[in-house]
Design a protein around this ligand. Structure first.
Ligand SMILES: Cc1ncc(COP(=O)(O)O)c(C=O)c1O
Length: 473
């Protein structure tokens, strides 16, 4: 390094490091399918590998990249791997990865127009593309945040402000027992007490049941409480179920309730024509969360909060401190710090802008359709195997199932299903996780990676069947 006190590299050093990083990433993308998605490390092993006092002297960054490549990135679950079917995968794309490098390299500040006008305009445009994909009316708007959790928090803060003027006494929020924990966490952070949160039992199909909701709202009104907001799902994490959005929108309008939809997982599927019927009603919500780092193929972290009227964001979040007086100059200029929680914000929009521009929305549509179809392939394979019970069919790229050969007692089957996740991790071919549905352990495959092949699905099911057969009940 020419002058380490300036934390600077020479042109040649920068180029050499940059090329090494790019080569490392290209190899990751190119060879991913050849390695296991299930890298892991034990705590003790990682402690001895990584624990050290703060390093006083420098190390050649090329050696650090090599160390990371061999010792750290080998010990992670690869969420972008074509055989990663657990939780919700993040099958990112290389253009977006390079865009993240650009955004970080230029270190743009997208909190204000003053500091980042070009970037703020890109964000406005990309958010508007998402609005159009989801069918929200003109006048709706939003911003990018870290992910679905922050998007839920942002939308629910807007709901509280717009509907309640932040006065929460007696105000009740309703959601189904299939709702993601980030919703409850957001409500708690916003100050709701446990008794103001009504978790309704979902119906047979794991969807919010309108009649159950109607009764709960009527009872609360009769008891003097203030029904305020319904949180519905556009794709639950457990099963991909979509709550009856159009009916809920009608009900909420009639009852003067805010309808927030958590579409962190599933709303992106609105791009694909096959998913539109399932998502009907999405265009009628008051607010919507979606997560481009899930089914829009972006690397972490990018979530999006959309609200029906863009001005609500400013009404909720804007504060004008004196040290930002140079920032607030004209109403034309959009200051994203006035629209959410963060002041300092990076250029998250760039990766989605660059990948949508580079591949085109048609390619994204096709990639989403593949994920939908792969879940159907998985369902078919599971049914054909003779040893799996399909618990919920392929919906929005998720299928849930249990190992349950006809001659196996229920208790033994439960024990085997609980052990199958670990057995599959040890096998290393694919990563699959479990959940609980109506008290029973079920496995689920989330098949949204467009680079997964039918053969990989078939082989995963075959291995699960073989592992199940060899596990003690
Ligand atoms: C339905 C749903 N909502 C919210 C979240 C939280 O999103 P994030 O992890 O991006 O904060 C998830 C994450 O898997 C999800 O599936």
């Amino acid at each position: 390094m020419t002058d380490p006190g300036r934390l600077e590299l020479s042109r040649d050093e920068m180029r050499a490091l940059g090329y090494l990083v790019v080569d490392t990433l290209v190899e990751h993308f190119e060879r991913m399918g050849e390695i296991s998605p299930a890298g892991r490390g034990e705590r003790a092993e990682l402690e001895s590998l990584l624990r050290e006092p703060p390093p006083e002297q420098g190390t050649d960054p090329a050696d650090l990249v090599r160390f990371l490549r061999e010792q750290v990135f080998t010990r992670i679950l690869h969420v972008d791997h074509p055989r990663f079917f657990a939780f919700v995968p993040s099958p990112s794309n290389f253009v977006a990865v390079m865009a993240d490098a650009l955004a970080s390299g230029f270190n743009g500040f997208v909190g204000s127009w003053f500091s980042g006008s070009g970037m703020a305009q890109v964000e406005l445009v990309v958010v508007d593309w998402l609005r159009q994909f989801c069918g929200l009316p003109e006048g709706a708007g939003g911003l990018f945040v870290s992910g679905g959790s922050m998007a839920n928090l942002t939308c629910l803060a807007v709901a509280r402000h717009v509907r309640l003027e932040d006065r929460m006494a007696g105000a009740v929020v309703y959601f189904s027992d299939q709702t993601h924990s980030s919703v409850e966490r957001a409500l708690r952070v916003l100050g709701w007490a446990g008794e103001q949160l009504t978790r309704l039992p979902s119906g047979e199909d794991f969807r919010l049941d309108l009649e159950t909701l109607r009764r709960a709202v009527a009872e609360d009104r009769a008891a003097g409480r203030r029904p305020f907001c319904v949180v519905a799902n556009a794709g639950t994490t457990n099963t991909g179920a979509v709550d009856p959005l159009a009916d809920l929108a009608r009900f909420c309008r009639a009852e003067d309730l805010w309808l927030h939809v958590d579409g962190a997982y599933g709303a992106s599927a609105a791009l694909a024509p096959e998913a539109r019927a399932a998502l009907a009603g999405l265009e009628e919500v008051d607010s919507l969360s979606l997560d481009p780092h899930k089914w829009l193929f972006q690397p972490f972290e990018i979530g999006c909060a959309l609200v029906r009227e863009e001005r609500w964001l400013v009404e909720t979040f804007r504060i004008l401190p004196e040290y930002l007086r140079d920032v607030h100059r004209s109403e034309e200029e959009v200051n994203f710090c006035d629209r959410g929680v963060q002041l300092t914000r990076n250029f998250r929009a760039l990766k989605l802008w660059m990948s949508l521009k580079a591949f085109g929305a048609a390619a994204f549509r096709e990639a989403i359709s593949r994920g939908l179809r792969l879940a159907e392939v998985a369902e078919r394979r599971l049914r054909e195997s003779g040893c799996f019970e399909v618990v919920t069919p392929a919906q929005l790229g998720v299928v849930s199932f249990r190992y349950a050969p006809p001659d196996l007692a229920a208790e033994e089957a439960e024990a085997i299903n609980q052990r199958l996740v670990g057995a599959m991790l040890a096998d290393g071919y694919a990563v699959v996780t479990s959940t609980l549905l109506r008290g029973r352990t079920v496995l689920r495959l989330c098949t949204i990676n467009p680079r997964t092949t039918d053969q990989e699905i078939a082989e995963t099911v075959r291995r699960l069947a073989r592992l199940g057969e060899n596990l003690p009940g």
